[in-house]
Design a protein around this ligand. Structure first.
Ligand SMILES: [Fe+2]
Ligand SMILES: [Fe+2]
Length: 225
């Protein structure tokens, strides 16, 4: 567990989520390896490990997708959209890093199933692709993964999923703002974009004294100006 980090409480949709592993919470088995056992050192249990791997895959592809879409926006004479995509890409890298670290006790090769968004259209289309991917993460993927991690009392994964869930909400808002501009044929008006290198919190404007998601100091913010 990293120091000085606050666990934020997310408002989760309480319906039965279908996880990437294809299980529903209602039918989630907690026996065998998944059974919480106080005599066993805390390790990532199989279903949470699968979810961490899936989230790592999703975040890794989001990083790459945003870099590609940033390059495309640059050619499309939308430098601020390009900057937004690059900042957001770095936030996704933070999330991928966090998920990867939580899998330290699960080394080895795995086939990973992850949600992926494809397409290289207009900058406006690409921003819509970004919005669609972020909405999926905020409304379906991370709430489901978080619910399983909580049921399995996986504190590290809970923190990693909560960090990502909260940060992705900011990405939706920023992409929507940018899409409104590109739909009018303009680049977005955009101040400096700041990204917390601990949790991926992303904002436009001044660096906060303390990250509202993870509580780390302003020294942990990357700037995209
Ligand atoms: Fe995101
Ligand atoms: Fe943070």
């Amino acid at each position: 567990m990293r120091k000085n980090q606050k666990i934020i409480t997310s408002t989760l949709n309480r319906r039965n989520f279908i996880t990437a592993a294809g299980a529903t919470l209602a039918g989630l088995s907690l026996n065998n390896h998944s059974q919480a056992n106080s005599a066993t050192p805390s390790i990532v249990r199989d279903m949470t490990a699968a979810n961490l791997r899936g989230a790592f895959g999703g975040e890794s592809m989001a990083y790459m997708r945003y870099v590609l879409w940033a390059n495309h926006a640059e050619k499309d004479d939308k430098p601020n959209v390009a900057r937004l995509f690059r900042a957001t890409a770095d936030a996704e890298k933070v999330h991928a890093d966090n998920h990867f670290v939580e899998l330290t006790e699960h080394p080895g090769e795995e086939l990973v199933a992850s949600m992926a968004v494809f397409g290289l259209g207009s900058t406006s289309d690409n921003l819509q692709g970004g919005i669609d991917g972020e909405v999926f993460e905020v409304e379906e993927m991370y709430p489901a993964f978080l619910a399983v991690a909580k049921k399995q009392n996986e504190k590290g994964a809970i923190q990693s999923f909560e960090y990502a869930l909260e940060a992705e909400k900011m990405h939706i808002d920023l992409f929507k703002k940018a899409k409104q501009a590109t739909d009018r044929g303009q680049d977005v008006e955009l101040g400096p974009v700041r990204v917390c290198d601990v949790c991926g919190y992303t904002i436009e404007g001044d660096i906060p004294d303390e990250c509202p998601i993870c509580g780390h100091s302003r020294n942990h913010f990357m700037s995209f100006e």
